[in-house]
Design a protein around this ligand. Sequence first.
Ligand code: SF4
Length: 251
Amino acid sequence: MVRRARKIYRALGEVYYYAHPELDFENPFQLLVATVLSAQTTDLRVNQTTPKLFAAYPTPEDLAAADPAVLEELIRPTGFFRNKARSLIGLSTELRDRFGGEVPGRLEDLVTLPGVGRKTAHVVLGNAFDRPGITVDTHFQRLVRRWRWTEQEDPVKIEAEVAEIFPRKDWTTLSHRVIFHGRRICHARKPACGACPIAHLCPAYGEGETDPEKARALLKYEMGGQPGQRLKPPPDYPGRPAPPLGARAGG
Ligand code: SF4
């Protein structure tokens, strides 16, 4: 299982050599805010929402002092905006009062912030602080179970078991590759098995569409010839950047 898991990791690296965090950010604070906003919505929707938000509140001090009603209106497109506004003001207040206005670079500190769990903390640590972490989101949970890397259902236990298979230095990249695959090809309801480049390594092949043509029609983002999620993707991204809010998706 370990050998096959590592083969899948390497094969995904050839397919998604450009795998990257799909939230636009320029500093740890922006990534933390964007990650909190990404709950229950797409990274695309967050990226379309954050430019105005970061322009209005560039620092934790600014966001801590935000008028909740104004903030709610700005983040409304991401859904659950009342809860998210409360979390953002709460975590910014904590950053201001307990951490000198800086995002802390330790898991134990990050998870004490309102609205910040282990998953969000690992996203921030892995991508803004270069501290490797495994991000067990819904895609990661589904795919590693399809690949039989673990039988666990609890995210913390999944994280621990997968961490045993891969060296620490690979954890963040592993998370990106697996999440990319889940978003583009190995979907929850209908995985595109017939168009999957790692089908030969997958014990769950056949759980989804195996007809190559029908499977190709299921591919998303750059794999399906559509724009990606980032308005500012990294230079090696082979697809098109996402359209800003209000522009036609797919255009
Ligand atoms: S073969 Fe199917 S189930 Fe396996 S990784 Fe590919 S899309 Fe997912």
